[in-house]
Design a binder for this molecule. Sequence first.
Ligand SMILES: Cc1ncc(COP(=O)(O)O)c(C=O)c1O
Length: 437
Amino acid sequence: MNETPKFPNDLDSFWMPFTSSRAFKAHPRMQVSAEGCHYTGQDGVRRIDGTGGLWCSNAGHGHPKITEAIQRQAAALDFAHSFGQGHPVAFEAASRLVALAPGFDQVFLTNSGSEAVDTALKIALAYHAARGEGTRRILVGRQKAYHGINFGGLSVGGIGLNKGQFGSLYPDVRQMRHTNQPGREFSRGQPETGAALADDLQDIIETQGADRVAAVIVEPVSGAGGVFPPPIGYLDRLRAICDAHGVLLIFDEVITGFGRMGTGFAHQFYGVVPDMVTVAKGMTNATVPMGGVYARAGLRDAFLNGPEEMPDLFHGYTYSGHPLAAAACLATLDVYRDEAVFENAAAMAPLWEDMLHSLKGLPGVVDIRNAGILGAVELAPEGAVGQAGRAAYAALWDAGLIVRPVGDSLAMSPPLTLSADLIDEIGEVLRVFLKTR
Ligand SMILES: Cc1ncc(COP(=O)(O)O)c(C=O)c1O
């Protein structure tokens, strides 16, 4: 059981996600175990998990209470679907999830963030149709946004590289400008200027006609695009424009949900309540795949006017509310509450911010951004975009710290159970690397 797993002799059969198979095979990096805020690699080296898995292991790795809950559930009820029947654990999980998000009455369960986003976009289209406003078909996204890789999320997403291989996708999409305009480098937390960029939505509505726009989706803090906190007042302005024109506001909180900002959700941190919230990742502490869409109070009512025997929504997944995921979710929410994980994130956030911004002035650092326990250190490009980021990732891996290269930014999102000592340690590894590279 505790034997070190053997190095696989076949690195070719697994077609890896978002990976250059040739680069991976040249330098395979393998994790074999994880505990708390650290991974141990196949090479026996323990490294700091500076990315919390992939923005998802919020309570740290290997929490025994979550592991036990999954084991117990697998033995009791391994699977039951939720198409017109149910099982108690999914209902209990949904109820606990809704209790965490005042203002939201239901949560539709999916298996990933990508599915959550596509579900939310479909709910938006179906919501307007159910209310006799079926002309509302335009979905608005934003440059640099990452909303997963399914057709809907990719369509509204704003990272060109991710779209290039796949043609025209959903046709009725418009994009707002991203919020990281020049002049806001080294802002601590939210940039002070830039709220007016929300008026891009107003322009789109005026150009297209309010009766054609269904929804706008944004990450409250854009994550995978490079960690960009919203300018002060920006999210409020989006809310006001949506209210004025009957457009649904969707916050994609796949990264920011479950404590990343030191509150349950980023919309609570920023005090702006959207109509839907997409979640995943920290929902089960990433132990079993699960995602979801929160629906604001009253939204689901629009779907209750059809014949009583028909589904509210012609949409769902075999594994929506999977018993193992639901059990993992319940145990995770217990751990978050009982061990004050969100509170720890809130307490650590100022130290995290100070550590990151102490790197200002080191060679090649052109911007530093932070929000909650999220951060990015942007390096000056060296050759093609991404080259400096990839080189830094490799060097930091060798130095014992795992970061996520996004272009030439080094994105970080360690577990929310981090300590002041761990923040110091991360700072030291980054400082030595930046000074000596
Ligand atoms: C904001 C956001 N939305 C959606 C997704 C997609 O989630 P998944 O990879 O679980 O499909 C991600 C993944 O990082 C994300 O950051």
